[in-house]
Design a protein around this ligand. Structure first.
Ligand SMILES: N[C@@H](CCC(=O)N[C@@H](CS)C(=O)NCC(=O)O)C(=O)O
Length: 163
C-alpha cells in the first residue's frame, strides 16, 4: 500500500493513520487521556511541594544542596530528614504505586470498548480518590480518612450498578 508522507519524514500507511485518527476521536480514549493528564500533573506537583517543604524546613539530603547556607561545617545541620518532607515523599510514592498502574490498566480498559458513562465514572472516581488522598495525607486528616477512600469507592460503584 502507498505511504502518506509525514512532516517528520515518517511514512504511515493510510490505514494506520486512519486507525490512529479514529482512536484519537474515540470519546472513551479522550476521557482516559484527559484524566491521565490530570493525575500525572497532580503527581508532578508533589515534587514542587517537596521542594517547598525542603526549603522552608531547611531539610536537605545532599551535601551540594546546602552550599548556599555557607561552608559545610556550619551548614551540615541542614543535612537532615524532616517529618513533613518525608510525609510529602510518602504521598508521592503512594501516587507512583497507584497512578503508574492506572496508566496501563486504564489504557487497556479504554481500548476494550467500554460504555462511555461507565468509563467516565471509573476515571472520575480514580482521579477524585487520588486528589482526596493527597489532601488527606498532606493536611493531614485523621484516619481512617485515607483508608475510608476504598469504602467510599465501593459504595459508589454498588450504587451505579443498582441503577
Ligand atoms: N504502600 C502503601 C500500601 C497501602 C496503601 O496505599 N495505603 C494507603 C491507605 S492507609 C496509604 O495512604 N498508605 C500510606 C503510604 O503509602 O504512605 C502503604 O505502605 O501503606
Amino acid at each position: 500500500m502507498e505511504c502518506k508522507p509525514q512532516p517528520a519524514g515518517l511514512c504511515w500507511k493510510n490505514t494506520e493513520m486512519s486507525k490512529i485518527t479514529q482512536l484519537m476521536k474515540n470519546e472513551v480514549f479522550l476521557a482516559y487521556s484527559t484524566y491521565t493528564a490530570i493525575v500525572l500533573l497532580k503527581m508532578m506537583l508533589m515534587s514542587l511541594i517537596t521542594s517547598f517543604f525542603r526549603l522552608t524546613r531547611k531539610a536537605f539530603s545532599n551535601p551540594e544542596d546546602i552550599t548556599t547556607f555557607g561552608n559545610y561545617e556550619t551548614a551540615k545541620k541542614y543535612l537532615r530528614t524532616d517529618p513533613e518532607v518525608e510525609r510529602v515523599r510518602r504521598g508521592h510514592l503512594n501516587d507512583l504505586e497507584n497512578i503508574v498502574p492506572f496508566i496501563g490498566i486504564g489504557l487497556l480498559y479504554a481500548l476494550s470498548g467500554p460504555d462511555l458513562s461507565t468509563a467516565l465514572l471509573h476515571f472520575r472516581i480514580f482521579v477524585g480518590a487520588r486528589l482526596f488522598h493527597t489532601i488527606a495525607y498532606l493536611t493531614p486528616l485523621p484516619q481512617p480518612s485515607r483508608g475510608k477512600e476504598a469504602n467510599w469507592v465501593h459504595k459508589l460503584v454498588k450504587q451505579k450498578q443498582s441503577q
